[in-house]
Design a protein around this ligand. Sequence first.
Ligand code: ADP
Length: 228
Amino acid sequence: MSDVLLELKNIAKFYGKGEARLDVLEGASLTVSAGELVALVAPSGAGKSTLLHIAGLLDQPSGGEVVVDGQATHHLGDRARTHLRRTAIGFVYQFHHLLPEFTALENLVIPMLIAGQAEANARTRGMELLELLGVGARAEHRPAELSGGEQQRVAIARAAANRPHIILADEPTGNLDPATSGMVFDALVNLMRNQGSGTLFVTHDHSLARKADRVITLQDGKVIAATL
Ligand code: ADP
């Protein structure tokens, strides 16, 4: 098996039609391999979110192919796409989106139960992840009782709960102050390296992008290598 976990082949995406048609992606291609950390840095409106949504099977491209875990997705029906998304991809957003009425640990356990894991295993795995991210002591606290940095660590742990091969992150520390942002980001990198996940993250922060194995940008709807 190749170690390419995510491949975007010649992706096109446009919105609207006729005179109002806006071509956002025009032949965007990229690969993310196992254990690889790739930063996407591009100006607002360049198509970063569009690319991430398509890579995460949340949106369909107008053309091209998305290959996830070696599986072409173009012809998959909704159920198969949803299943692949849930098993192969973990998402981290700028805002944590934790469930407020559940503890940190429960927020990790719930997606594992939904994926069919036994509760005892899910709790063990959940605690391991919280500890790996440095928030083990906060396991029994609800999100409102956690700091912003702690909330985001829990959200990162949750994204990894079902051992996705691919992690997609949209400004994962964008809501945090610079010092906290650096620490939380390092925790994310530690986690993805530990699990061998391929990770694609969007950031405006060059100090984070410099930690990536590779930096890419979007220009005229295409992915090109970038230097900071
Ligand atoms: P970025 O994340 O780099 O800021 P986006 O991917 O959000 O860029 O958006 C790229 C372009 O596509 C922008 O001009 C945006 O207005 C447009 N766009 C994004 N989503 C839609 C949509 N659902 N309908 C129409 N236009 C959209």
